[in-house]
Design a protein around this ligand. Structure first.
Ligand code: FE
Length: 347
């Protein structure tokens, strides 16, 4: 199984990518709207196809990328039927199994943080994705969104703690950099519900907490009831000057075919060494300006800014740093040639 744990620093949200290498279909749990480009870049670089996204609940602290990813890939959206969110293709009930080819999850209704919370356990019970129901040494709050400390206690102790002790716990958030726990650990050490805390211990703990109102709740919850579709139903703006692909390293790239067909619309900047540029027959036809990478910071004023800039080098590595340097100098329409001249000669 291919498994990746991804992190959104602004909301401390974990997004999980699961895929079966043989079938190549991927599913994402709890994708974040502003990270959709990152997630799609990783899926593409791993040679996978996104076919399903699933949320653990209607989040109050970030907007889901479910709708956006559906627009971009045609994937299906799953979430708890109880939530009743728009754009959902697969409403989930307690005990239902679902997934993608080679990956099967079982939905476990775990209400309490919200009424519509679900946890998702892998078929072999080796991993459970608990959303905000069970966090590492903690749990989600139960004081808004139809939350109930009593229901949360029941979900934690009668549903999640009945999974095998060795089952790994992957939470929806962590605010301290912790990434994974296990049912055994949480049963023993969870600060709120571990060590055989009874219902009174738990409810009194939860009621005595004074937590600030979540900053984004008033925007995030209504958006999440539309599976993250913006109010105007429009896709976020993308660069209009080229067919830009952001790679997982964060670099905007264009491919060789696009460059070949749009040479008149861009300035092509070669950042190789002088001697590399001198004995290269392809580049003489493409390149508008040549500035070796180690001189670029001092010479950004020599780069014309009337057209977008495509940087190139031998393999597309040095040209990626050239993009950073130009962006820092104020160029906003700039991209690196993916795979550099090696890709160009193949094309
Ligand atoms: Fe939450």
């Amino acid at each position: 199984m291919i498994f990746r744990q991804l992190f959104d620093t602004s909301s401390s949200t974990y997004t999980y990518l699961l895929a079966d290498a043989e079938h190549g279909q991927a599913l994402l749990i709890d994708p974040v709207f502003s990270q959709a480009g990152r997630d799609l870049a990783l899926i593409s670089e791993l040679g996978l196809k996104l076919t399903l996204v699933v949320d653990t609940h209607a989040h109050a602290d970030h907007v889901t990328a479910a709708w956006l990813l559906k627009q971009k890939t045609g994937c299906r959206i799953a979430s708890a039927r109880v939530i009743g969110a728009e754009h959902v293709d697969l409403p989930l009930d307690d005990g239902q199994t679902f997934g993608v080819a080679g990956i099967t999850l079982r939905a476990i209704a775990t209400p309490g943080h919200t009424n519509g919370c679900m946890s998702y356990v892998l078929e072999d019970q080796s991993m459970v994705f608990t959303g905000d129901t069970l966090l590492i040494r903690g749990c989600g709050r139960s004081d808004f969104q139809q939350g109930s400390a009593k229901k949360l206690y029941h979900s934690l102790t009668q549903k999640l703690f009945r999974l095998p002790d060795a089952c790994l716990v992957y939470p929806g958030h962590d605010y301290h950099g912790r990434t994974v726990s296990s049912i055994r650990e949480e049963k023993a050490f969870n600060v709120r519900v571990g060590a055989q805390a009874n219902q009174t211990d738990f409810i009194e703990f939860m009621h005595a907490m004074r937590l600030p109102h979540p900053k984004l709740i008033d925007e995030a919850v209504p958006a999440n009831l539309r599976s993250g579709c913006p109010e105007d139903g429009r896709l976020p703006a993308v660069p209009d000057w080229a067919d830009i692909r952001l790679n997982y390293g964060g670099v905007p790239e264009v491919d060789a075919d696009w460059l070949h067909n749009h040479l008149d619309r861009v300035t092509v900047l070669d950042v190789r060494l002088n001697e590399e540029a001198d004995d290269c027959s392809i580049s003489s036809k493409l390149v508008d300006i040549h500035i070796p990478l180690d001189q670029l910071r001092e010479r950004t004023a020599d780069v014309p800014d009337d057209k977008p800039v495509v940087t190139l080098c031998r393999s597309g590595r040095r040209s990626a740093l050239a993009v950073n340097i130009l962006q820092e100098a104020g160029f906003d329409r700039v991209a690196s040639l993916s795979h550099g001249l090696m890709g160009m000669s193949q094309a």
